[in-house]
Design a protein. Sequence first.
Length: 462
Amino acid sequence: MIDGELQRLAILKTTKMTTKTNQRQRSREWYQRAQESLIEGVNSPSRGAAVYSPGPVVLERGRGSRVWDLDGNEYIDFMMSFGALIQGHAHPKIVEVVSQTMAGGSHFAAATPAESEAAERFLRMVPSAEAVRFTNSGSEATMLALRLARAHTGRTKFLKFEGHYHGWYDPYCLNGNSHPAEQLGTRENPARFPDSEGIPASVFDDVVLAPWNDLEVFESILRRHGRELAAVITEPIMANMGCILPRDGYLQKVCDLAHEFGALFILDEVVTGFRYAPGGCQQHYGLKPDLSTFGKALGAGFSVGAVAGPRAILDRMRWGSSMVLHYGTFNGHRLTMSVIAANLDLLSASGGAVYKQIYKVGDAAIAGLRDVFHRRKIAAIVQGFGPMFQIYFTGRDAIHDYRDYCQYADTAKYSRFIHGLLDCGIYMTPSNGLHWIISTAHAMQDVETLLAAADEVCAEMA
Ligand SMILES: Cc1ncc(COP(=O)(O)O)c(C=O)c1O
């Protein structure tokens, strides 16, 4: 139900013109310079000219829900560092903790109270966690989860779903990008597209691929390969093709079927963890994964990942001749651990009250955008709820999986829409595969500004 305030936003009369933020001379100059020392001028292709045209907005600083570029343009940030900034930019508590901790030394690569402080809070929030191991990124976490699953089951193969992204570890780099619909093969036997050069083809011999959100096909693929699988890994909400929700009961059934065939159920909560509920999607959907992986929101802007699960599996990392190896100079980084403890305290304060605020703001943005598209007669849908959502320019009622995304989402139109928003002071990546993020720093006023900007851009597009 939308209350009075949401209603007001949803029927917003958008006579207000936004401030233009399209003068980016210094961004352009800096981007030229960056290309002389960095590949494509950035440190990940998703940040460069392949996505932003003619080049990226070069950001200089952030505070709360806002960021500023090199030319001094101010934007409301709805990308929030690909979801890492659950507390927004430069949250005062995080700034305080970082400077206090840093004054005592950044990292010792030794036992510290900070890592237990972080771990104890983590276990209180994540239902399936009897223990946790911290890594330095989400990719490291999913890599470790697979190694643990293989050691625990004594099996090598694993199943991943089309369109799911679990980081850039070799075996996960299969069908993570979209491809023309006519090339996708059948659901029972999907065409296989490695996402990267430089990965031996043999790596993918151990990967079984299945379409997501389709129990019938999943079950038939398990009948063929289930007994060979160490694990089935899935995102709870598919976040690499925007924001695609699981069908009712789907995730529990995937978990049950995986178990029926002796495979572990790995829930990749790198995007959803600490976002949809204090205990992530496993709490929201009432799931009990064997292993779950985290990153992004856990670190509130600091580089971290985590693997959580029962002792029976995580204890395999104990030192010994048959241990699962997991090393890392920066594991349990002291500064990061202090940030995590502070972040988790903020998220769990007053029984998780901040989640109510995140949901209220996110649901208002979703309702308001739907209203704008409806009034402007633009064929677009908004998928998701609360903390995360995505817009698809499509005539369909819903995007249910990778195949729908490849066939029906007009990603070029989405990119044009976002470039229009960038010029109206809304910061978002033009890649349709990502998603809009609401942090604790966003307020209803930000939604109002977003809707005015969206209306202006839609008026130009219509
Ligand atoms: C679901 C999921 N798993 C794993 C990762 C990898 O995390 P990181 O980028 O921290 O390595 C990502 C990154 O976007 C992700 O979306």
